[in-house]
Design a protein around this ligand. Structure first.
Ligand code: R5P
Length: 300
């Protein structure tokens, strides 16, 4: 097996390779003066099973093009199979037409990956499980929820005074699964509204009873608006301590500052997206999905 890493999350790729006892194979990404890129495989892949690890986080389009070119280069060099590990799958939120006249971005990306001959895709915590249906390529959908469950269990929090909270109706499935993992811990859901034109978020009301501790669970944090609004509402409703567990640290714009200021005690994310030094803040803790990904690769 040969493992290659794109440039978006080499940190995670190295961890995965180490867990599989494999060195990362060499890959050259050359950027021309006009910004176009060329990918070159610097290892022999003929008749080999190959893996490329690349998160399609910001800059999303650049990271996708690099992924497409790497898959093409591996195919052209005779790889027996190409598996793409895309821990954070960009464009997944645009999975249907929200307003008349819009595109379905994730479908376009799925069609490109199918077309260039990808054999298998491994992703972590998709925004909706229906996204898998956009692909003809087999998709392994992994989840960080067991990692979150272990951390929550290890805290020994009084479960009668702790509530899992989904910051919007879309997270209901996620919260129910986590609740089962935590011996049916109680949960509540926030009614959230997002202005589709400006992106601004308001948390309207909470359905369910809130304990002293609230654990907000989400698939991703982008602007931080959803978490800040949810935390404010939870505080108003009597939560004294608020913890956040979100898989993908997309962290656009001022998210780190917003989260540090928000009424939350701690923000747990995973390393599906690389968080650079300047985006780290005191309340942040990063958990790793490397074991999860390595186990899945090993098992197939
Ligand atoms: C929305 O449905 C998602 O699950 C997240 O809640 C959302 O994408 C977070 O975005 P932001 O941090 O910009 O509010």
């Amino acid at each position: 097996m040969k493992i290659f890493s794109g440039t978006s999350n080499k940190f995670l790729a190295e961890k995965v390779a180490k867990k599989l006892n494999v060195e990362l194979s060499a890959l050259e990404v050359f950027v021309f003066p006009d910004g176009e890129k060329r990918v070159r495989i610097l290892d022999k892949v003929l008749d080999k099973d190959t893996i490329v690890i690349q998160s399609t986080s910001t800059p999303v389009d650049e990271n996708y093009m690099q992924l497409f070119f790497t898959i093409d280069a591996l195919k052209r060099n005779g790889a027996k199979s190409v598996t793409a590990v895309v821990p954070y799958f960009g464009y997944q939120r645009q999975d249907h037409v929200f307003r008349e006249g819009e595109d379905v971005s994730v479908k376009v990306v799925a069609e490109i990956l199918d077309k260039i001959g990808l054999d298998r895709l491994i992703v972590v915590d998709l925004h909706s499980i229906k996204i898998k249906e956009a692909f003809n390529t087999p998709v392994s959908h992994l989840s960080a929820l067991p990692i979150f469950a272990e951390i929550i269990k290890s805290k020994g929090w009084d479960r009668d005074r702790t509530t899992l909270v989904s910051p919007d109706a879309g997270g209901m499935r996620r919260i129910k699964i986590l609740s089962e993992m935590l011996n049916n811990m109680s949960f509540a859901v926030i009614e959230k509204n997002r202005d589709l034109a400006t992106g601004s978020v308001t948390a309207e009301k909470i359905k369910g009873k809130i304990g002293r501790k609230a654990i907000i669970v989400d698939d991703m944090i982008s602007s931080g608006g959803t978490i800040a609004a949810a935390a404010e509402l939870l505080k108003k409703q009597g939560a004294e301590e608020i913890y956040v567990f979100a898989t993908h640290a997309v962290f656009s714009e001022k998210a780190p500052q917003i989260l540090q200021k928000a009424a939350v005690n701690k923000v747990y994310v995973t390393d599906t997206v690389f968080v650079s030094g300047e985006k780290r803040f005191p309340k942040l803790e990063i958990l790793s999905v490397s074991e999860l990904v390595a186990k899945n690769i090993k098992s197939t």
